[in-house]
Design a protein around this ligand. Structure first.
Ligand code: GDP
Length: 296
């Protein structure tokens, strides 16, 4: 991720590092380049505008003019504003509730929901020492239920069976009961996806949300769709109280526009990155580390 953005920003900012003085012209030219680099990375326009405005107003302020190394000071501002754009400290999962803590996974078909459900189950079991149960409410694709069973087995998580003749809300209620009885810490509910956002799909997810009362409702979205990922996430966030986003397939996304747009566009934090097809290819999202990666 961010290959070309990193290259472009480095080229632009490299010249600044040694600068003893920055003029308004220097700053304007630099910001123009940064703006182009972000647009090429497929960051949404309103996000770019807001970002550049923040950097500009800080760059023209005292922080830079009184610094002994103005070039460095400007780079520091770019770094800090990148972190702010992605949500400051980053927010991990909030599982502080009476167990089982329910995590609802929503998203379009093919976005990586089932894969991410398995990865998350494994991460919670191995890293956080939680006992996890997973369930699929995708009654439209029996193959999806089988896929989750395989994924759960590999992750060492309990699997609550379901079948295509059941009602999704009944499946969720049954799984919740089973997770309670089995003293599970966490229940992850994988849901059906469609190719596009539609009302039927939203109604179903809303019903699942009512029944399962999740502490985390995560929207899973393919980062390769760039700023569209952020727009799809916003459509979901408007319809459902999302608590965060899982950004998948970042290993195939050279540009990084989604990672930089999601927070600003949806108001929700990215919580995890999917970084490959394997079941351990999941990273908690840390804006400061990502900003570091972008600026090389
Ligand atoms: P769902 O329809 O949303 O449940 O999507 P799946 O979990 O079935 O994933 C769709 C495809 O994306 C599968 O081929 C996955 O292996 C692939 N996939 C999911 N997450 C990632 C990721 O982070 N990186 C890569 N490279 N592939 C992924």
């Amino acid at each position: 991720m961010f290959d070309s953005l990193t290259e472009r920003l480095n080229k632009t900012l490299k010249d600044l590092r040694g600068q003893g003085r920055l003029t308004e012209d220097n700053i304007r030219d630099t910001l123009r380049e940064v703006r182009m680099a972000l647009l090429e990375a497929d960051v949404a326009l309103p996000v770019v505008k807001d970002f550049i405005e923040h950097v500009r107003s800080r760059a023209l302020g005292e922080e830079v003019s009184t610094s002994l190394t103005p070039g460095q000071a400007l780079i520091k501002i770019v770094r800090e504003e990148l972190v702010r754009l992605m949500g400051d400290d980053g927010e991990g999962l909030n599982l502080n509730t009476r167990p089982p803590a329910v995590i609802l996974m929503a998203g379009l078909q093919g976005s990586g929901k089932t894969t991410s459900t398995g990865k998350l189950a494994r991460w919670l079991q191995e890293r956080e020492k939680k006992s996890v149960m997973v369930v699929s409410t995708d009654i439209y694709r029996p193959a999806a239920i089988d896929q989750l069973e395989t994924v759960a087995e590999k992750a060492g998580a309990a699997f609550h069976p379901s079948s295509s003749d059941q009602d999704p809300a009944d499946i969720a209620a049954g799984a919740l009961q089973a997770a309670r009885t089995g003293h599970k810490d966490v229940l992850i509910i994988d849901t059906a996806g469609r190719l596009h956002v539609d009302e039927g799909m939203m109604d179903e997810v809303r019903r699942l949300h009512e029944v399962a009362e999740p502490v985390e409702t995560l929207f899973v979205v393919d980062s390769m769709t760039g700023q569209d990922a952020a727009n799809t996430a916003r459509a979901f966030a408007d319809a459902l109280p999302l608590t965060g986003v899982v950004l998948t397939k970042t290993d195939g996304d050279a540009r990084g526009g989604a990672a930089l747009s999601v927070r600003h566009t949806t108001g929700r934090p990215i919580k995890f990155l999917g970084t490959g097809e394997k079941d351990d290819a999941l990273e908690p999202f840390h804006p400061d580390r990502i900003a570091q990666r972008i600026l090389g």
